[in-house]
Design a protein around this ligand. Structure first.
Ligand code: 5GP
Length: 220
C-alpha cells in the first residue's frame, strides 16, 4: 500500500509516534497543547483510564473514562497497544487510532509514562520518538505544582515523592530536555519533530523522487 503524501515535503513518508513523558509539573501538558496548536498534522492519542474524571475534564476528549470492568474487557479483547497502572489507577492506549494514524501517514503525540513508553517501544520500535522533559530543579517542580492550584498539599507531596522514580527512567528516552523556559523547550520539541520527519528511513517517497531526479540523465 502506498504511504500518504507528507504535507510539508510533498513526498510519501511514514507517520511518527511522539512520546512525551515527564514527572507531573514539568510542563508536559503545556508543551503538548502548544505543539498541537502549532502543528495541525499532529493528533493527540486519547488514553482510556479507570481514574475518576476531574473538574474541567471532558470524557472522550481528555481521556476515555471507563469502569474497571470495561478496562478488563478492553485488555481481554486486545484493544490496547500498551497499558499500565499509574498512581493507583490503570491507563491504556487504544490500538485502533494508532494503527489508523500510521496507515494515514499522520503523526500522533502520546502523554504516557515510562512503563507505557517501554511497551510502545517494544511494539512499535522504529516509528517511535521518545522525549523526556526534566524540570530545572525539584524546588521548581514543587513551585509549579503549587502554582497550578489543582492539587491539595497531600497530593503535591505524593507527586513529589514519585517524581524521583519517574526521573530515574530518563536514560530510556531518545531526547531529554530541561524545561527551564516554555518557548525554548517548545522550539526544541518542534526541532526534534522536524528532524525526525526528515530521517531517510521515514521518507519512503525519496526512492521515486531520486529515481525521477536522475532518471533523464541515466537514460541519456
Ligand atoms: P493524570 O492522571 O495526571 O492525567 O496522568 C497520570 C500519569 O499517567 C501521567 O504521567 C501520564 O503520562 C500517564 N498516562 C496517561 N495516559 C496513559 C496511558 O495510556 N498509558 C500509560 N502507560 N500512562 C499514561
Amino acid at each position: 500500500m502506498d504511504l500518504p503524501i507528507d504535507e510539508q515535503s510533498g513526498r510519501r513518508r511514514r507517520g511518527l509516534l511522539i512520546v512525551l513523558s515527564s514527572p507531573s509539573g514539568a510542563g508536559k501538558s503545556t508543551i503538548s497543547r502548544m505543539l498541537l496548536e502549532s502543528d495541525s498534522t499532529i493528533t493527540m492519542s486519547i488514553s482510556a483510564t479507570t481514574r475518576p474524571i476531574r473538574p474541567g475534564e471532558q470524557d472522550d476528549v481528555d481521556y476515555h473514562f471507563v469502569s474497571d470492568a470495561k478496562f478488563d474487557a478492553m485488555i481481554a479483547a486486545g484493544d490496547f497497544v500498551e497499558w499500565a497502572p499509574v498512581f493507583g489507577h490503570r491507563y491504556g492506549t487504544p490500538k485502533v487510532p494508532v494503527k489508523d494514524a500510521l496507515r494515514d501517514g499522520r503523526d500522533i503525540l502520546f502523554d504516557i509514562d515510562w512503563q507505557g513508553t517501554q511497551q510502545l517501544h517494544s511494539a512499535m520500535g522504529e516509528d517511535l520518538v521518545r522525549i523526556f522533559l526534566l524540570p530545572p530543579s525539584l524546588a521548581e517542580l514543587e513551585r509549579r505544582l503549587h502554582q497550578r492550584g489543582t492539587d491539595s498539599g497531600e497530593v503535591i507531596g505524593d507527586r513529589m515523592s514519585r517524581a524521583a522514580g519517574e526521573i530515574s527512567h530518563w536514560a530510556e528516552y531518545d531526547y531529554v530536555l530541561v524545561n527551564s523556559e516554555t518557548e525554548s523547550c517548545l522550539a526544541d520539541v518542534r526541532a526534534i519533530v522536524a528532524a525526525e520527519r526528515l530521517k531517510r528511513s521515514r521518507q519512503a517517497g525519496l526512492v521515486t523522487f531520486v529515481r525521477d531526479l536522475v532518471g533523464t540523465r541515466g537514460a541519456a
